[in-house]
Design a protein around this ligand. Sequence first.
Ligand code: SF4
Length: 369
Amino acid sequence: MPSLPRHLRRIGHVFVDESMIDAPMTHRVRERLAEGGRADIPWTVVPPDQDRVEFDRGETQALYLKEYKGKFLRFCPGTRAYHCCGYRIIHIGENCPMACSYCILQAYFQDRVLKIWANQDALFRELADGFGADRNTRYRVGTGEFTDSLALEHLTGYSRNLVEFLEDYDNVVLELKSKVVDLSWMEGATRTDRVLPAWSLNAPFINEHEEFDVSTLTERLEAARTCAEAGFRVCLHFDPIIRFDGWREGYAEIIDRIFDFVRPDQIAYMSLGSFRCMPQLNPIIEDRFPETNYIYNEFVPGLDGKVRLLRPLRVEQFKFMVDRLRKHGMEEQLYFCMESTGVWNEVFGYAPPDFGGLGKRLMARAFGE
Ligand code: SF4
């Protein structure tokens, strides 16, 4: 009997909203758990409108198939003080079964329950109203903000459904950002120019010591190559860039390795973001990842309320990485996640106002212009 992918094997309980018992998503999750040899997992029905379920059983994880009543299409929570990329979020659920020490979701959400918005019909209605209202308005959207885009794909098929739904919307490009490999959504995609598969990368040392239950860097790059060979352009992201002993060698190694798998013209864009931390995240990291020590670097409060590495230290890392990426032929693909005009100028020698704004550039690149 096939078993579940490694990152889903800790799921040991399912909660379902009473109103979602007969939703297609609920049936699908039940079937796929059974196919993965987990028909034995207990299911608990909870009253509708219950915001949270109480579940704290150590390492065992819980899924919560929930009817979501809020807005599915949102703006990325950027800050006006920095150059934000203007990305829109399709909200499909919350939390992630993997465990990265630096994960901001640990501070965003009060529990670790893996929530799936099971009322997909409402989601698609809202998206149809939004994207269909004016077909000349273009959207660059993604699902990897409050969860990992593909982490639960094996059970939910959510990304595949979204890809199929968006085939009718020529004005939308969907980015699927992940740290695992699940390419089942490709079977639903006929428009290779409207989906951007994306993987986050990091230095091998960080991958080995700070990211757990994720796919290896080589697996992610192999997946990127598979997508590129199928005609998709891919996105790769370095976020968070972390300062640790040996960071130069580590980031040089992974940057060089990228181009054994994909060419610069197959990369739509690549973000660089330095580790940022909400004040409430620090004690969580200390508690859950006691071996982690990069949080004791020299940080200063930023204009967005998060602490970030001192500017000269950030700029030193950015310059090193951008120089190396430029040697491989990368330029217009590169951008910073949440940095100021000063940092852009210092590292790139230009800033978003010089090319008409970051959102505009990324929109054009997403649409292959
Ligand atoms: S894969 Fe992404 S969402 Fe999941 S734990 Fe790691 S950083 Fe968080």
